[in-house]
Ligand binder design. Structure first.
Ligand code: TPP
Ligand code: MG
Length: 326
């Protein structure tokens, strides 16, 4: 699909929504309003939007803790996501999961997971089912550089290539697994090179360029859908905030962070420049769009806070399929 003007505006909206959403969470966390910690993806928004935009609703997306841009782009409802953040009954996982355990099968999100390595094996499971059923759908696993070194991830890569499964592996390399720099735990320059060992097609690309991410993912998705097997994509990006809110962020040098924080590298600023340069939006149009998005986030927060908690009597519901359907 060639991206039209409306697609570019939508991609911008999704990236900007992710940033404002997470900043709002950050302030609510500091105020003690939010009931759990958060994992901001500040600086990585182009990855989730570029990947999510290349998928159909029926395709299945498996991601983990740094997940807001992926989820919103796949079609998850903003209010239901915010309500889940507050463990409310109106949340997409009925308040039983919180932000790390997101579920909405109507938009192809079976589960997100905090266990590193889970995304790749779950995606293989879904892709195996799609292959057996001769379905057109495909599965995508998104995981970090840290998760890429889990044994389960290697097992998934191996199986996917042996069976030529309809799956795409996307490694968001933000250069740190918590406080550990990638160079300390990888014997190769680019993580994607490891896919060579599985005889799998692989690419390393600029994860802060939403068009590069979209184009590469779309190609890999089309290949998987056509029955030509998996691809490994490494998206180079940077986590500007700490790992979670308990992170003092003291392990990085300033020169490195300054480079990535710069307007030149920032994925959202890059997209803004593009929209203005191509006259897709005027400066006033951009301001208006931003204000609309900020108001939508406020509305989602009001919805979440005013929603009911799950009742104590129902606390054990939704753990098992038969209980949901009783
Ligand atoms: C199997 C497993 N081991 C350890 C952890 C603890 N843990 C949570 S996030 C994280 C770092 C993840 O780094 P990465 O995969 O690069 O993702 P990022 O946080 O950078 O997005 C660790 C070690 C975990 N959740 N699961
Ligand atoms: Mg990482």
């Amino acid at each position: 699909m060639t991206l039209g003007k409306n697609d570019l505006i939508r991609m911008y909206e999704l990236m900007y929504t992710t940033r404002v959403y997470e900043e709002k969470l950050y302030f609510m966390f500091l105020e003690g309003i939010l009931p759990a910690s958060i994992h901001q993806s500040h600086g990585q928004e182009a990855c989730g939007v570029g990947v999510g935009y290349s998928l159909r609703k029926e395709d299945m997306l498996f991601t983990s803790h740094r997940n807001i841009s992926h989820l919103l782009t796949k079609g998850l409802d903003l209010k239901a996501l915010m309500a889940e953040q507050f463990f409310k009954e109106t949340g997409c996982s009925k308040g039983r999961g919180g932000t790390i355990h997101i579920n909405d099968m109507s938009v192809g999100i079976p589960v997100t997971h905090g266990i590193l390595g889970a995304a790749a094996v779950h995606a293989c499971g879904a892709a195996t089912a799609f292959q057996i059923k001769k379905s057109e759908n495909i599965a995508v696993a998104v995981f970090g550089d840290g998760a890429s070194n889990e044994g389960a991830t290697y097992e998934a890569l191996n199986w996917a290539q042996v069976r030529k499964l309809p799956v795409v592996f996307v490694c968001e390399n933000n250069f740190y697994g918590a406080s550990t720099h990638v160079s300390k735990v990888n014997p190769v320059e680019h993580i994607a090179e490891k896919a060579k060992g599985f005889n799998m097609e692989y690419y390393t690309l600029d994860g802060n360029d939403v068009f590069a991410v979209y184009n590469a993912t779309k190609k890999a998705v089309d290949k998987a859908r056509a029955g030509n097997g998996p691809t490994f994509l490494e998206l180079e990006t940077y986590r500007i905030a700490g790992h979670s809110r308990s992170d003092s962020n003291s392990y990085r040098d300033k020169e490195e962070s300054d480079y990535w924080i710069s307007d030149e590298r920032d994925p959202i600023k890059r997209m803004e420049r593009h929209l203005l340069k191509e006259a897709i939006l005027t400066p006033e149009g951009l301001d208006k769009k931003q204000a609309e998005i900020e108001e939508k986030i406020e509305e989602a927060v009001r919805f979440a806070i005013s929603s009911p908690d799950p009742s104590i009597e129902d606390a054990t519901l939704y753990n098992y399929y038969e209980r949901v359907n009783k």
